[in-house]
Structures are given as C-alpha cells and as structure tokens.
Design a protein around this ligand. Structure first.
Ligand code: ADP
Ligand code: MG
Length: 396
C-alpha cells in the first residue's frame, strides 16, 4: 500500500470506531479509473481502454449479528441502516427513501445477494465505514471505487466467490437500478481488474478483458489529470439524451448496437437520420476504431505514438458528441501547446477532467500552461495531478 492508502484506510477505521464504537475487522479498497480512450462506447457494446489509478476508496468492515447493514461515510454525518432482507423491497422502487450516496453500497449488497442467489437470512449483518481519496465528480469514477470496495468486502465477508466480472456486473446493477444512473460497465471493470502499469482493453459486448502494457514509465511519460472542477452529473445532464441518440442510430441501421457499425457504414447512415443523430453515431463509431488503433499502436510502437489518437478523440467529443465544455477544451489546448504528446477530455463529459500524456520533464510546463490558461479565461483554478496505472480492488 502507498502512504496515501495507509492514511485513507486509517481514516476509514477511525470513522468506523467513532461512529460505531467498535473496531473494524479489516479494510478493503478499490480504485478510481482514468479512461485512456473509448468514450461513450461502453453502452454501445464497443471497446474501451481504461486503467485503474492510485486513488482508492477504502471501506472498514465488521460483521454484526442482527442481519442488518449499516453504512457511514466521511461524506455524510448520518448513518443509514436497513435489514438485509428489506433490500429487495427498497430497490429499485423505494430507493428515494435513502440518501443518494448510501444507495451505492446498499445497492451493491442488494445486487450481490441477488446475483449469487444468496438468501439474506443466511449471511451476517455488516457495518461499513467509507473513506476515499478519489476526487468526486471529476470523471475518475469515485462511484465505481465505492462499488468495487463494497463488492470485494462483502464477497469476502459473506464467503461468496463470484469472479471479478460478476462483481463488476453487481456494481453496474447497483448504479443503474439502486442509484438510478444509466452507466455502462467500464468503470467497474477497471476498478476490479486493474493492474500496475497496464490498461484493461475491454470488449463491452463479450466482457472479454485483456491486460495491455502501457509502459508509460519506461517511455519517460506521465499521465497528467487536469480536473476542471466543473461538476458533471450522470443522472441528469445530457447523458440520457446521448444514449437515446445512439439507440436511434442503431435502430435506423437495423443493428443491435453501434458496435456493429463500421466507419464504412457512415455514409449510408447519413441518409437515414438527422444531422445531430448522425454526428452522435459518428463519434461512437470512430471512437471504437480509435480504441482498436490505440491498442495496436501501444503494442507495436509504445505509448509515445498514441498522441494523435487522443487528440482526435477529443475533437470528436467536442464537435460530434458535443459533451465537452470550454474548461475541458482549454485544458486540452493548453496541454498540447505546452508540449503534451496527446490530450483529451476523459469520462462522461459536461465537466470533470482532461488527461494529457506528457514527457516527465514537461509536466511542470504543462501544469503551468493549464493554470495560466484557466486564469486568462476567467475559470476557477484547475486541480492538476499525475496518475499511475494501479491494481484493482483488493483486501488491504
Ligand atoms: P464520479 O464517479 O465521476 O466520481 P458519480 O456521480 O458517478 O461521479 O459518483 C459520485 C457519487 O458517488 C457521489 O456523489 C456519492 O454519492 C457517491 N460516492 C462516491 N464515493 C463515495 C464515498 N467515499 N462515500 C460516500 N459516497 C460516495
Ligand atoms: Mg461515476
């Protein structure tokens, strides 16, 4: 564990002790993630290339004997408690009865019991306390981190042994049905399957995952995150509208998902749908191709060669999918002008963070350039830090 992990795990244990008046039996954790490339392709059955980052959410846990689950977080002064055998009645219909943040861990408990066919009366109750150093709403998926940490902690405690893909599906179901956010499965797969120095090349249709060496350190590269501080929201915003446009495009071409559309099919689609739908589809179709090209390029030439693909991805999100914001464009432009190998917005869009692939000795120049550009544009100062590809969910 890194020094930050040790500190955050200690905060989770201290929170547990302070709120519950007892000691936890252990801590588990799961990481946030950065998506290197492949944006809004996951729910189109396409390809993504995320990696887990060193920022993690830790959960301290102890069993309790009365079949109830209770959760607390550094985010909230209250605690939320429910009987395990009431979760089925709570989700999804009565989810509004619990605060939104608590739906993530309680939703995971609910979905894990259901996925494993476990009768809630046969497992122990649990107390859970969460602490995290994953920035929230920055596009780094603090949601998958809390889901992943909860999933591995409960699977261990309840002695159920689903594979990692099954746990990722549990996280997605919690987020879709218990929280009510219509997200894909990329974030959970990255949080559960992450490896040091590597990305996860995920086929979102088959859920086949391959570990792809990134080799950033060996190539003298750093991955810089420029968090704009502009908050996005998955549950509202334009996310649902974008998904609907993708579904319209697939329906117009008579295919199950945009995964089944190639760049060569695009001229035909232009005749069938309105301009906005066409551009939404073009983003997804070309982005899928860029993920494949990035994997091939990483294998053949290494990370220094993927810069143009990152830049093309950003342009496609800005112009075709229209999910960028001025702060993200400014971050990308400033990073490139200061010598970044490549840069793009990452995550769902409408705010959050941009990433820049930068030579080690140019990180300071890129940081300064982005800071100066934000100031000149009258934007609030961005938060800038580097991330390294790290391991997935585990017991600490
Ligand atoms: P992102 O995943 O990009 O950070 P989301 O909106 O998907 O943003 O998820 C953020 C939400 O996840 C928070 O608003 C909160 O409800 C929940 N969450 C994440 N981490 C924690 C935590 N440590 N404690 C409590 N809730 C958390
Ligand atoms: Mg999220």
């Amino acid at each position: 564990m890194t020094a930050t992990d040790i500190r955050t795990a200690a905060i989770a244990r201290a929170l547990f002790a302070a709120r519950f008046g007892a000691d936890a039996v252990g801590t588990w954790s799961a990481p946030g993630r950065v998506n290197l490339i492949g944006e809004h392709t996951d729910y189109n059955d396409g390809f993504v290339l995320p990696f887990a980052i060193q920022h993690r959410t830790h959960v301290a846990l102890a069993p309790r004997t009365d079949g109830r689950i209770r959760v607390v977080s550094t985010f909230d002064e209250g605690s939320v408690e429910v009987a395990l055998d009431e979760l089925d009645a709570l989700f999804p219909d009565r989810r509004d009865e619990v605060p939104e943040w608590a739906r993530y861990p309680l939703g995971v408990a609910w979905a894990l019991l259901a996925a494993s066919g476990t009768d809630p009366s046969t497992v122990t109750g649990v107390d859970l306390a969460f602490a995290s150093d994953v920035p929230v709403g920055a596009g780094l998926s603090s949601s998958a981190a809390i889901e992943g940490a909860t999933a591995v902690a409960l699977a261990d405690t309840w002695d159920i042994d689903p594979d990692r893909v099954a746990l990722a599906k549990v996280g997605r179901r919690a987020e879709n049905e218990a929280v009510g956010a219509p997200t894909g499965i990329m974030d959970q797969m990255a949080a559960l399957l992450g490896r040091a120095d590597a990305a996860i090349f995920l086929d979102c249709r088959s859920l086949e995952a391959q570990v792809i060496d990134l080799g950033f350190a060996g190539a003298g590269l750093e991955l810089v995150v420029i968090d704009t501080g502009v908050k996005h929201s998955h549950a509202t915003g334009g996310y649902g509208e974008r998904r609907a446009a993708c579904e319209r495009g697939a329906a117009a071409l008579g295919v199950p998902a945009l995964r089944d559309v190639s760049v060569d099919d695009l001229p035909r689609l232009a005749e069938l749908v309105d301009d906005v739908t066409f551009r939404r589809v073009r983003h997804v179709v070309t982005e899928n191709q860029r993920v494949l090209d990035t994997v091939r390029t990483l294998r053949a030439q290494g990370p220094t060669a993927i810069g143009d693909l990152l830049v093309a991805s950003h342009a496609s999100m800005r112009d075709d999918f229209e999910i960028s914001v001025p702060e993200l464009d400014t971050a990308v432009e400033a990073a490139l002008a200061a010598g970044a190998v490549g840069a793009r917005m990452t995550g769902g869009g409408f705010g959050g963070a941009a990433i820049a692939l930068v030579a080690h000795d140019q990180v300071q120049a890129v940081t300064d350039a982005a800071t100066t550009a934000f100031e000149a544009a009258g934007f609030a100062a961005p938060t800038i830090f580097t991330v390294s590809p790290s391991v997935g969910a585990a017991r600490d």
